[in-house]
Design a protein around this ligand. Sequence first.
Ligand code: GLP
Length: 258
Amino acid sequence: MEIVILDDSEKVAERAADILEDYVRRGATLGLATGSTPLHTYQALIRRHREEGLSFADCHTFLLDEYIGLSAQHEQSYRETIRREFTRHIDIPDTKVHGPDGSAEDLQAAAEMYEQQMAAAGGIDIQTLGVGRNGHIGFNEPGSSLVSRTRVKTLHPHTVQDNARFFGSPQDVPIHALTQGLGTITEAGHLMLLATGETKAEAVAAMVEGPLAAVCPASVLQCHPRATIICDEAAAAHLKYRDYYRAALATKPSWQHH
Ligand code: GLP
């Protein structure tokens, strides 16, 4: 894993945007995450689109997950959120912004169809990820199989509580979601996980330095050949080897990629 520790969330966003920009220039298939953490990264990419002509016209995008029971047009559906916060500000048509259909009557069929759509697009080249306080990625809560595929998951009460800020009240937050599984996510060519703020410090330490375990779904990144974890000082605060990660990155020889 490449652990990149930067001063603050703005630097995290710029570094993440730099990495994504390389993929965008190649017309890659981008895996997108919702949540507040990647918003600054998306804003940096929107700015590069407007000011530097960065074009997303050849890209496809796939969302990690979707609430069950909200229509795609609901303002808090992840499909609408990513449209509002990112894709409607760049040159990518809605037809190239894909997400699992959380309003489908047959959710199992919708999950299978989503897997097929990703495969038909040639898979995800780079998957952007955030992390929940309890170590979840997508909506793969603790206990998720490390080889799981897209399916329905029940949200942990802490996740519902954390996401209540986007809804009128905690009662309005759906308690189920359709999410790419950990096996699905780890098929992406490159995983880029962003974490900022002290509330993520425990999850980051468990993910990077804890055992590979379903109880910390993000620990599955330990098994990926190309995982980049970009965090600010606050989120890195519980990492035992943080000085080593910093030094290793600062002295990385040009011939060494990962
Ligand atoms: C949600 C999303 C995750 C996201 C997590 C953290 O549960 N399903 O994809 O990573 O929240 O969100 P935030 O970045 O707002 O802390």
